[in-house]
Design a protein around this ligand. Structure first.
Ligand code: PMP
Length: 436
């Protein structure tokens, strides 16, 4: 049992056991299962902190799996949402607030001539692939090993394949992510290694690919930069072979920059998808892109629906969030996030821990056991996962909550004092693990 000054999570563990009577596994997402020492049950959140039912205050680097770039419960969002609730909740019609949110998306995102809202990243990714298929008359898509585009059958391929089942590095096998997944959809998916332009060019040349979909900077499985010239090369090859380029910016959008990865790297996709940070915690997603493609929804016979699309309360949150996302905010997270990344590197270096701390100040990835930053999924898959889970657990017992897969998300409320407290916890956690 942990030392007396370390946090315990007994009430959460007990609640998960009790709640498993009503909810499968006591949770509502498979990605919240199997957390060490237990999935947590929370009471409230404010700024960089979450408070759980054991009375622990945790510095939060999950940030809702990415959305909370303004931290928990930012006053501007709370006020906007309360004002909208006073006017009503769901109209199944249009509102001024959705138009304002849409205008802000189109102003902020370089490729967004036109857009539509949805409720989850998974479904807007489906919308993008449907548009691409309608526009090209082709069925197949290219996706990349280790890139996640939602939990639906036709894209849940090779998102986190075990290396012994994944085939050769240059010709990966599509590996199903779930039991019950329609196996036929594998025939519509070509899986390639990311950051390899030659292989992509070769495959596109056959002329049968509707869309290339990618995280423009890999973030879900671990933060990996596009190799210099890679995104430009992808753009050029897609144009040459008549393939729609889709950037899945569900994590990177409104997080790496006001205009997402496409703005940061200066490469313009045909379509892009957003979620997470677009509404600081409200269930909002978006698809945006070239007007002639987007208008296939209104005039080209391509169906896109959703009872909760542009739900007015969520739209109030979206508009308020987007108005809060100033260039200065990203600069500030550049500073605090870099301090945190460098602090972690120094702690590892002085303790003799081999690790790569890579990515962006707004979202970075700690990979134990890697000598150099990963270039693609195969590199990431070689990180020492059991050791990282132990580190994440040791951090949690010291009041710092990080994702067990290695990602750290920052918000504008993680200030210098929070970063210092985090680094102190990291020193303690590394010492504990070295002593074992
Ligand atoms: N794309 C990426 C890159 C993601 O990280 C996620 C969610 N983690 C999704 C799509 C799916 O989004 P959602 O969970 O909102 O369906």
């Amino acid at each position: 049992s942990p030392a007396p000054d370390l946090l315990s999570f007994d009430k959460s563990a007990e609640a998960i056991r009790t709640n498993s009577r009503w909810m499968s596994g006591g949770v509502n997402s498979n990605f919240r299962l199997n957390i060490s020492p237990t999935p947590l049950v929370f009471e409230r959140g404010e700024g960089p902190y979450l408070h759980d039912i054991d009375g622990n205050r945790l510095i939060d680097y999950y940030l809702g799996m990415g959305p909370m770039i303004l931290g928990h419960k930012p006053p501007a969002i709370v006020d906007a949402v309360k004002a909208q609730i006073d006017k009503g909740i769901l109209f199944a019609g249009q509102t001024a607030i959705e138009a304002e949110a849409a205008r802000l998306v189109c102003e902020m995102v370089p490729s967004a001539e036109r857009m539509r809202f949805g409720s989850s990243g998974s479904e807007v990714d489906q919308a993008a692939l449907r548009l691409a298929r309608a526009a090209t008359g082709r069925a197949k898509i290219i996706k990349f090993e280790g890139h996640y585009h939602g939990w639906f059958d036709n894209v849940l391929w090779s998102t986190a394949p075990p290396l012994d089942a994944a085939g050769p590095e240059e010709a990966p096998m599509p590996v199903a992510g779930s039991k019950g997944q329609l196996a036929d959809t594998a025939a519509t998916v070509v899986v390639l290694p990311w950051n390899n332009l030659e292989l992509l060019r070769e495959r596109l040349a056959a002329g049968d690919i509707a869309a290339v979909i990618m995280e423009a900077a890999m973030c879900n499985a671990g933060a990996v930069h596009p190799a210099p010239g890679y995104l430009e090369g992808v753009r050029e090859a897609c144009t040459r072979y008549g393939t729609i380029l889709v950037f899945d910016e569900v994590i990177t959008g409104f997080r790496l920059a006001p205009g997402g990865a496409q703005q940061k790297f200066g490469v313009t996709p045909d379509l892009s998808t957003f979620g997470k940070a677009i509404a600081n915690g409200f269930p909002v997603a978006a698809i945006a892109g070239r007007a002639e493609l987007m208008d296939l929804f209104s005039t080209g016979g391509v169906v896109h629906g959703g009872t909760y699309n542009a739900q007015p309360v969520a739209m109030a949150a979206t508009a308020a969030t987007l108005k809060s996302l100033t260039p200065a905010l990203y600069k500030e997270i550049d500073r605090t996030g870099s301090a945190l990344m460098n602090g972690i590197r120094e702690i590892f270096a002085s303790a003799g821990v081999t690790a790569s701390v890579a990515g962006f100040p707004q979202v970075f990835h700690v990979a134990l056991g890697l000598e150099a930053p990963a270039q693609n999924y195969r590199d990431l898959a070689r990180m020492n996962r059991p050791a990282y889970v132990a580190l994440a657990t040791a951090l949690l017992r010291r009041g710092v909550r990080v994702l067990e897969r290695g990602a750290w998300f920052l918000s504008s409320t993680h200030d210098d004092a929070v970063i210092e407290e985090t680094l102190a916890a990291m020193r303690g956690a590394v010492q504990e693990l070295k002593a074992k």
